[in-house]
Design a protein around this ligand. Structure first.
Ligand SMILES: NC(=O)c1ccc[n+]([C@@H]2O[C@H](COP(=O)([O-])OP(=O)(O)OC[C@H]3O[C@@H](n4cnc5c(N)ncnc54)[C@H](O)[C@@H]3O)[C@@H](O)[C@H]2O)c1
Length: 654
């Protein structure tokens, strides 16, 4: 391949902040040598200079000049070249993750979460797409943190792609290790669905956020009528956080979402995800008071720092019913959290050039942030941690968020209070699918099929899961009207093992009957079994095992030999490098008998693995759910816990 011309730095696109200049002189040499491995030696002199410039200017080597000129977006599966339909499905999903309308920093190959990468650089993208276009169903492509290691012989029912992202020797998994080894070009942070090609835009998260906000509101409102006029305050209009205002509207509340990055706020506004943007804090106070008076359902973006919102609302007597935060605190030092008192530009400049001063300001800001929230909660605000490591980082900064009575923190995480006991323990989680034909009418048909399956199931489902079923039926009925699609024709809903299997099987049948084209199944890693994350997905595990990662590792291995089309296992998704192990899968449904067998076998394991573990941790709802699963499937035999009378233990210490 010839060396393409250098490309001008395009300022109309949202770019990743400059990364920390962490490498020593010798390490920079190594980073450049590593990058040059992809190219023949006669091109090295020209490219070496360019890569050094990128490393010095951006802190990473993205190989910008290799960014394709053609538009990157999910195309109908038939338009992809190749010998394997499964590989084509994976190409479609990779391109969706890099679509400029979907990705947060598309030129840096970052899909969401500030540093959630699909690849480290553009040559990895090109090489991977080439392998996928050439491979057969007798081969498996092996991906090491964005780097395609190559095609290895396998067999038809093996995964076509196996992805690992950021897998480190545990002692080398601190945030600065990511900075260093990512800059060297030997690893990457894949977030959850970025490096696993399963991101479907903010819709993926609107549903989870709607369920969370709705159930948070249910905790404070007695009935539907009572919900009107309640105020929800939060921050972040980025990749996932951008779903908050939409979820607020669907849940029927007033929401205020602070966002420091004007590009992010305007993008969500232009996409219709947030109703209004306000730049002046006193105007915001007036607007919210008006909305509270007339119990309006409205979502407002505040273009500024969230700390100002919490402080000013307190001073101005604005009562906040529900509060949370979705700044990217899993990545506090590199653009995830902007400290109050600096402009967006000042902060970006300081984090690159004076990182220590920047870290001090982040911690000061977190202390102020938590202090303001505490004042509100004393007056009755219900505050929960949204799994972004807010409480963890605030406590590390010395903020007053420590808990009492054995609770680590003053406030619960949304998993402890809401999603864990109400969803994950029963097996309900973020099942999703993409219509590979790219046709909106296919998506509509799949919505109808899913709705019909859920309605039939609801008629005979036990009272324990009626609310979850009802919420999901309501969601799927409103999904078309809510115009949730950005990028591929995708849909998400929360379903349990039985629901996922029944819906997927009905899709496969519809494909066989030629009613719809092929469908790609997947899920967020943020699920029942896929993720071991002690402050998030597994924060409602109380037997001490929440710091282990057996479940996530078992899950990905089990999915791989039960027919997944691709599998992935990552370090750090959601809450940060070193804090979590998370995995996922993708599966192409093509209407075949093999697909039907695979979906039943794999989805059953993919959900019940986690229920079994949650059951062993003595979670009441999981004990119920796994007993039910064993009644339904005689080949499932799970070790059950014997419950101990707390007095028996207490007596030992009296
Ligand atoms: N939505 C969910 O269901 C969900 C679930 C679990 C965890 N999370 C977590 O939420 C966080 C956000 O995810 P994302 O994909 O939206 O990340 P993101 O980086 O795309 O968005 C975060 C946004 O917060 C803004 N921001 C940072 N500091 C701010 C401040 N002080 N005031 C106002 N705005 C500020 C940033 O400009 C950015 O646009 C992540 O840590 C993620 O893991 C989200």
């Amino acid at each position: 391949m010839h060396v393409p011309l250098k490309k001008p730095y395009d300022l109309s696109v949202n770019h990743a902040p400059k990364r920390k200049d962490i490498l020593s002189h010798d390490q920079k040499k190594l980073a450049i040598a590593n990058a040059l491995r992809y190219f023949p030696s006669h091109q090295h002199t020209e490219l070496a200079q360019d890569f050094l410039e990128e490393l010095n200017t951006y802190g990473r080597i993205y190989m910008y000049r290799y960014r394709p000129d053609a538009t990157i977006r999910a195309r109908p599966i038939d338009e992809y070249p190749g010998k394997s339909e499964q590989a084509k499905a994976i190409m479609l999903m990779i391109q969706n993750n890099l679509d400029y309308a979907v990705a947060q920093h598309p030129h840096e190959l970052i899909t969401y979460g500030g540093n959630g990468a699909v690849f480290q650089n553009w040559i990895q993208y090109r090489l991977t797409m080439k392998y996928l276009a050439e491979m057969t169903d007798e081969q498996t492509l092996v991906m090491y943190s964005g780097h395609p290691m190559g095609l290895f012989p396998s067999h038809k029912n093996a995964p076509r792609v196996v992805v690992t992202n950021g897998m480190m020797i545990p002692n080398y998994s601190k945030p600065d290790d990511w900075e260093k080894f990512n800059a060297l070009g030997v690893t990457q942070y894949g977030q959850m669905t970025a490096g696993s090609y399963m991101y479907i835009g903010p819709q993926g998260i609107v549903h989870g956020t709607t369920i969370t906000v709705l159930n948070a509101v249910r905790r404070i409102a007695k009935n539907r009528e009572d919900i009107k006029g309640k105020l929800f305050v939060t921050a972040g209009l980025g990749g996932m956080s951008g779903a908050q205002p939409k979820a607020g509207n669907i849940a029927g509340v007033i929401s205020v979402t602070a966002e420091v990055n004007p590009k992010a706020a305007h993008m969500r506004h232009s996409q219709g995800w947030v109703d209004e943007i306000i730049e002046n804090i006193s105007e915001l106070v007036d607007r919210v008071k008006r909305a509270q008076e007339v119990k309006e359902v409205v979502s407002v973006a505040y273009l500024g720092n969230v700390v100002e919102v919490w402080e000013t609302f307190f001073e101005s007597g604005v009562f906040v019913d529900i509060g949370s935060d979705q700044t990217s605190l899993h990545n506090p030092w590199a653009g995830g959290y902007y400290p109050v008192g600096l402009t967006f530009e000042e902060a970006n400049e300081m984090m690159a050039n004076q990182p220590e001063k920047f870290n001090t300001l982040v911690q000061e800001s977190l202390r102020r942030h938590a202090a303001a929230v505490n004042k509100h909660t004393k007056k009755g605000t219900y505050f929960f941690d949204y799994g972004n490591a807010f409480l963890l980082e605030a406590s590390r900064a010395g903020a007053d968020v420590k808990g009492t009575d054995g609770n680590e923190f003053k406030y619960p995480s949304y998993i402890q209070d809401i999603l864990g006991p109400m969803c994950f323990d029963f097996g309900f989680g973020p099942f999703r699918w993409v219509c590979a034909s790219g046709k909106p009418e296919d998506l509509k048909k799949t919505d109808e099929i899913a709705c019909q399956v859920l309605e039939e199931m609801m008629e005979i489902s036990p009272k324990e899961i009626q609310q979850q079923m009802a919420d999901n039926i309501q969601w799927i009925k409103g999904a078309q009207e809510n115009k949730l699609v950005v990028g591929s024709q995708a849909r998400i809903l929360y379903a349990d093992a039985e629901g996922r299997m029944k819906i997927a099987s009905a899709f496969n049948q519809a494909i066989a009957n030629r009613l719809i084209g092929p469908v790609i199944l997947g899920r967020d890693h943020h699920d029942v079994s896929g993720t071991d994350s002690p402050y998030r997905e597994t924060s409602n595990i109380y037997d001490g095992s929440k710091f282990t990662a057996d479940m996530a590792i078992q899950n990905v291995i089990g999915d791989a030999f039960r027919g997944a089309t691709w599998v992935s296992i990552h370090n750090g998704g959601g809450v940060g490098w070193g804090e979590v192990i998370n995995g996922g899968f993708g599966m192409l449904l093509d209407g075949s008998e093999a697909a039907d067998r695979n979906l039943r076998m794999m989805l059953h394991w993919d959900v019940n693995n986690g229920i079994a573990r949650r059951n062993w941790a003595r979670n009441e709802n999981a004990i119920y759910a796994i007993k039910r699963a064993m009644e339904q499937e005689p080949n499932l035999r799970v070790t059950m816990p014997n419950l101990v009378d707390p007095e028996t233990i207490q007596n030992l210490f009296n």
